[in-house]
Write a protein that binds this ligand. Structure first.
Ligand SMILES: [Zn+2]
Length: 63
């Protein structure tokens, strides 16, 4: 039981410094995306995040 906290914190990695992956952008990459959990997450800033269309499509679908 004492070790539970160590393994059950998936959000711990969110606090790693990560900036937009677009060359020369340099803005904070607040938006991460990985196709699978095994794939390393790629980070984008708000402007460069390429998944907006997909998110909008999914939001419409589930609404
Ligand atoms: Zn950017």
């Amino acid at each position: 039981m004492a070790d539970e906290g160590r393994t059950s914190q998936p959000e711990a990695s969110v606090h790693v410094n990560h900036y937009c992956c677009i060359d020369g952008c340099g803005q904070w990459g607040g938006f991460g995306f990985a196709r699978t959990r095994a794939e390393p997450v790629t980070w984008w800033c708000f402007e460069h995040y390429p998944q907006w269309e997909e998110i909008k499509r999914n939001a419409r679908k589930s609404a």
